[in-house]
Design a protein around this ligand. Structure first.
Ligand code: RIB
Ligand code: CA
Length: 306
């Protein structure tokens, strides 16, 4: 039986690849996509998500529009390269009528809730508001596997990764909820490098999945090559989906993690205490520290190679 999952996105090129990977890989069943404001305004996130699903022949997967703001009033920098209209035809699909937060609450209180992994790859606002409105969800969501955080170098600030920095208050609620949580942060995505040759190969598959995902993967990789002169690129959000498809590809260490809210230079940092035993506290997160890069790329081949 494929593992059911719901993905919470701020689509975004790498979010679109994550959606398609979840929609195409036989080891998982994509139940729904919930959208939140993040690297793009909510309306664009919904449009991009619908467009990726429609072009990928995944029109049966419902898309729910969620929250279009964050728990704080502070501005946060969006990456202008990520905040974009994906180069896909305008979707004819429409989002589902229900709000994403209502959907998450109803779904996780329903019969399939305890069998469905939640995969947020965006700011954690939808998930935090759902937990505030219905605290019982903490006992119904079996596992969260999220892309977000960094215990070494950030990308939005020296201390913080974008998804956490965009809404640290929401992230703290989710990290403290007591739900089994795997963090796929920048230390993992930086090891999951996709080369231009990998991207060429995926693009060359004569399958409907590769026709949509191939150019998106290539664009992500090309961006790293162009912007940083790198030899390969990251497809951040796909790493979290891959860690659900094949949990063994992710190497983790338990830690006590919390979110810095007030540091002048460190707001939004995921502070991960790997020596939690010395402080007499319990671990609350399995923190990703490494990934099997070759298997990660092979999972793309399995999904999009047909
Ligand atoms: O820091 C990486 C995250 O920010 C990813 O989720 C990517 O989609 C961007 O929004
Ligand atoms: Ca994202």
């Amino acid at each position: 039986m494929p593992q059911k999952l719901i993905i919470d996105v701020d689509t975004g090129g790498d979010d679109a690849v994550a959606i398609l990977l979840a929609g195409y890989h036989p080891a998982v069943e994509l139940v729904a996509v919930t959208c939140v404001e993040g690297n793009a305004p909510l309306e664009l996130v919904v449009r991009n998500s619908l467009a990726a699903l429609e072009q990928g022949n995944l029109a049966h997967v419902p898309v729910y529009a969620g929250i279009d703001r964050h728990m704080h009033q502070q501005p946060y920098p969006r990456d202008p390269d990520q905040e974009r209209r994906l180069k896909l035809p305008e979707p004819t699909l429409a989002p589902a009528a229900a709000h994403a937060v209502d959907f998450l609450i109803d779904y996780y209180l329903g019969p399939a809730g305890p069998d469905t992994v939640l995969v947020p790859v965006a700011p954690l606002t939808n998930i935090a508001v759902a937990l505030l409105r219905q605290p019982q969800l903490a006992r119904r969501i079996p596992q969260i596997v999220l892309m977000g955080g960094a215990y070494t170098e950030g990308n939005t600030t020296p201390s913080a990764e974008f998804n956490i920095y965009a809404d640290p208050e929401a992230a703290r609620i989710v990290f403290q909820a007591g739900i089994p949580l795997k963090m796929v942060g920048l230390e993992v995505t930086r090891q999951a490098l996709v080369t231009p040759a990998d991207a060429d190969r995926i693009l060359s598959y004569p399958t409907p999945g590769a026709a949509v995902a191939g150019p998106l993967i290539h664009e992500e990789v090309d961006w790293f090559v162009r912007k940083f002169g790198a030899a390969a690129g990251q497809v951040y959000d796909a790493c979290a989906v891959a860690a659900v498809i094949e949990p063994a590809i992710l190497h983790t260490r338990p830690a006590r993690c919390d979110i810095e809210l007030s540091g002048e230079l460190t707001r939004g940092r995921t502070v991960c205490d790997f020596g939690y035993q010395f402080r007499g506290v319990a671990a609350n997160v399995d923190v990703g520290v490494g990934i099997n890069r070759d298997r990660f790329v092979a999972i793309f081949d399995e999904a999009f190679g047909g």
